[in-house]
Design a protein around this ligand. Structure first.
Ligand SMILES: C[S@@+](CC[C@H](N)C(=O)[O-])C[C@H]1O[C@@H](n2cnc3c(N)ncnc32)[C@H](O)[C@@H]1O
Length: 382
């Protein structure tokens, strides 16, 4: 091995018989990416194992101060050989040696992947000089592409989700500025545009839950705020039902239609590009035909669902029906607050919660609020 492939490195030197226990202790006290440099080969000598350490003052200081259950170790300098078979598993690993230590600490712990696009929020880069920040963001984007073979494009979130269409602004950090992609989830395929339609891969488990609910044959369902159709499509794929799916955003509606075709659901899902408030107008023919005909309504517009309960009650069968009601509610006791709020608003329009079937936090929305879901049986007050 030529010396060019070697680098002077600090190693953690431990006796062979204590190496495993020491590694276990280290794993518990560090996220192991921040201590051992997995790009370099471990050295095995007769009585000792030498683990290559990441160049990190913080990591080394923490190690020197730790007691590690009195297992003895030494820090030694030696030349380390790079492992040609090494593949980074996390962006932190991929960024070792690429970014200063204090910048690695500012990298977001998570990011979303939608098809070939990654979307990341650099919420801790605000204090950095803009040019430097952009340079670091590009390196992070390169690391994301390196560890996720499917990703080709990286966008940065530059605004909150806002407006009636629930969109956010995105800035290109790496790759081509092409925001249309195809995303696979729970055996369904979704074509969408991350800039012009709403889609959150974080709701994957919620959509799976809804598609596994035991539905009666031929149930009539309304997906009031369907977006590109992830809920409607996953329910229709695994149930014998008829779904009316609405979205006011013309771009979302266009993809909703494409996705119905892509997932072979023509005749099971019927898409409409209207504001659902139109349905209660006496001139709206679709509204007239759906009035009191619907068994189940999905209301996935957590910021404003409460404002559409009149539409939900207008459509629901007069013998009652089921709501899947999403809402942002303040912590603590967000779920209890949500149920109280839903009951209160239904009562004001002559309906009631007959039974709460399921209620839970779907995800934390902000430090102060949760996104919750209430599955409830609702009925008119007689
Ligand atoms: C939070 S997104 C949910 C999309 C979808 N259910 C999902 O899981 O991806 C809400 C959607 O409701 C649509 N929307 C908002 N107000 C609406 C209204 N009054 N009538 C119909 N659609 C509406 C927005 O355009 C957006 O696509």
């Amino acid at each position: 091995m030529s010396n060019e492939n070697k680098e002077l490195t600090k190693f953690l030197k431990v006796r062979k018989e204590t190496a495993n226990s020491l590694l276990e202790l280290i794993k518990k006290s560090y996220s192991d990416e921040t201590l051992i440099d997995k790009r370099k080969k471990v050295i095995h000598s007769e009585a000792y194992v030498l683990f290559p350490l990441i160049k990190s003052k913080n990591g080394l200081n923490k190690l020197m101060k730790s007691d590690l259950n009195d297992l003895s170790f030494e820090i030694v300098n030696s030349k380390a050989e790079f492992d040609p078979n090494y593949k980074s598993r996390t962006i932190e690993e991929a960024l070792i040696g690429e970014l200063p230590e204090h910048i690695i600490e500012l990298i977001p712990k998570s990011y979303d992947i939608i098809g070939k696009i990654a979307i990341i929020e650099f919420d801790r880069f605000n204090s950095l000089n803009a040019d430097k920040a952009l340079l670091f963001k590009k390196k992070v984007a390169k690391a994301i592409i390196k560890v996720n073979k499917i990703v080709e494009i990286v966008y940065e979130k530059t605004s909150e989700i806002k407006g009636q269409y629930r969109l956010r602004e995105l800035r290109l950090i790496s790759g081509k500025d092409k925001s249309e992609t195809i995303h696979n989830e729970n055996n369904c395929t979704f074509k969408l545009d991350v800039k012009n339609t709403y889609f959150s891969p974080r709701l994957i488990f919620e959509r799976k839950r809804l598609s596994f609910i035991n539905l009666a044959k031929n149930e009539v369902i309304v997906d009031m705020f369907a977006g590109v159709g992830p809920i409607s499509i996953q329910i229709a794929r695994s149930n014998d039902v008829k779904i009316y799916s609405f979205d006011v955003n013309p771009v979302a509606y266009q993809y909703l239609n494409e996705n119905i075709k892509l997932n072979k659901l023509i005749g099971k899902i019927f898409a409409y590009n209207i504001d659902v408030k139109e349905l209660v107008k006496s001139s709206n023919k679709l509204g007239i035909s759906l009035k009191n005909q619907v068994d189940r309504i999905i209301m996935n517009l957590p910021e404003h669902s409460i404002d559409y309960l009149d539409v939900a009650c207008f459509l629901t069968k007069s013998t009652g029906g089921i709501l899947h009601f999403y809402q942002f509610c303040e912590k603590p006791n967000s779920v209890e607050k949500g149920i109280e709020d839903l009951s209160h608003h239904l009562n004001r329009i002559g309906w009631k919660v007959e039974e709460v079937i399921t209620s839970k936090i779907v995800k934390a929305y902000s430090p102060k609020a949760d996104m919750i879901v209430i599955d409830a049986n609702i009925k008119p007050i007689k």
